[in-house]
Design a protein around this ligand. Structure first.
Ligand code: ZN
Length: 394
């Protein structure tokens, strides 16, 4: 959904969004209200979706009723924040919009199940004359219905940040978090024109996370591997236990906490790594590989397999904030099969089992992945400057 800006930014300024994630410590009453809100959001989503399907079959028209329609038959909906229900309507409308636009990429909206879908709700902030509906205090956050919920903030918003909306989430291990979205105006960055020396080519790599054209690699930090091994150990213990027993329950909890811990470690690694690259280089070239296809190829157990798509997105916005481009090369570019020195394109794919290969034409011995990263960079720069010329001559 296009996020309409409510704050008019000055000349030469652009809107920037920032999110602060905070741990929440709700009281028992507040936790119960959260549980009810999660449930009501699922309820309203599923009912709106079912009605949409029915209308579509009967009239051939796309229409989603608003949450107000359901309140008579389900009075418990009135007990939770109405904003959260309205957001479900927005989210469902958005899910259909992207589905109609590109059905091959975005799936048809699904019904939500308590077992598999994450517990969360979102509410927008409304600023009335009497004050905003959502705001943060020294050690808490004020929400509609719940009142002030105790919270621990890793950082505070800067001056001029406007609180737009909040998403409350409960993890599988039972912890509550909120994501607070802020909007602000910042000076538009000046466009940086990259040069070959200041551009980095990256290739997704299964064993190393990525390999760069200059030979640099990012291996998963050892602590991530350690957690991964611990997780495998708990998994093995679980397999030997009697489901339903006290020990089993405790092990399940341990497993979930470890799982979340790994997700946090992974996110931390991805943010730091993308920050480092975005600061050090003027442009980054990557191939537009489909991450879901890659993860199907990759065996389970690689802690970072799912992270590369996120990494790419982090790079994109961290570069963009400095006026630098992320250049995405077509995913069908034969980067692995091409010799970066003489340009020979092999007929066959170089198997990922081979670390290196010798070019039959020029005789260069290539590291398979570094060679591919070099090609990603060359192709990216061609693409970028070709487009620039075209834009200047148009
Ligand atoms: Zn060659």
């Amino acid at each position: 959904m296009p996020r309409k800006s409510k704050i008019p930014c000055g000349d030469g300024q652009v809107v920037q969004y920032n999110t602060i994630k905070a741990r929440l410590y709700p009281t028992e009453v507040q936790a119960e209200l959260f549980e009810n809100t999660f449930g009501c959001c699922r309820y309203i989503w599923n009912h709106m979706l079912a009605d949409q399907q029915r209308f579509y079959l009967e009239t051939d028209k796309h229409f989603i009723p608003t949450p107000a329609k359901y309140k008579k038959e389900a009075p418990f909906l009135k007990e939770v924040d109405n904003q959260a229900l309205i957001q479900e309507h927005n989210k469902l409308s958005q899910a259909f919009r992207v589905f109609f636009k590109d059905p091959s990429h975005f799936g048809y909206p699904n019904f939500k199940r308590k077992k598999t879908d994450r517990d969360s709700f979102t509410a927008c902030n409304h600023v009335f004359e009497s004050g905003p509906t959502i705001y943060i205090t020294k050690d808490g956050i004020r929400m509609t219905k719940a009142g002030i919920v105790r919270a621990k903030f890793p950082r505070r918003p800067r001056n001029g940040w406007k609180l737009r909306r909040i998403t409350v989430e409960k993890t599988r291990s039972g912890k509550y978090y909120c994501y607070i979205l802020y909007e602000c105006c910042v000076k538009a960055p000046e466009t940086v024109i990259p040069m070959a020396e200041t551009t980095l080519g990256l290739k997704y790599s299964m064993p190393h996370f990525y390999v760069a054209d200059n030979g640099a690699m990012a291996d998963a930090p050892h602590w991530l591997k350690q957690s991964q091994e611990k997780l495998a150990k708990v998994q093995r213990q679980l397999n030997r236990m009697q489901p339903g027993s006290q020990n089993y329950q405790e092990a399940v909890q341990k497993y979930r906490e470890l799982h979340e811990h790994i997700a946090n470690q992974r996110r931390d690694f991805i943010h730091k790594e993308s920050r480092r690259i975005a600061n050090a280089w003027d442009a980054v070239c990557v191939r537009g590989d489909s991450m879901s296809e890659i993860s199907q190829l990759v065996k389970r157990g690689n802690a970072l397999e799912a992270g590369f798509g996120t990494f790419r997105e982090c790079l994109r916005y961290k570069l963009a904030r400095q006026g630098k481009p992320l250049i995405v090369v077509d995913r069908y570019t034969p980067t692995t099969r091409t010799c970066a020195v003489c340009g020979l394109v092999r007929d066959d794919e170089v198997s990922y089992r081979h670390r290196s290969w010798r070019c039959p034409k020029c005789g260069t011995v290539h590291n398979r992945e570094v060679n591919a990263a070099k090609n990603v960079k060359a192709q990216g720069l061609d693409q970028y400057f070709g487009y620039q010329e075209w834009r200047e001559s148009a």
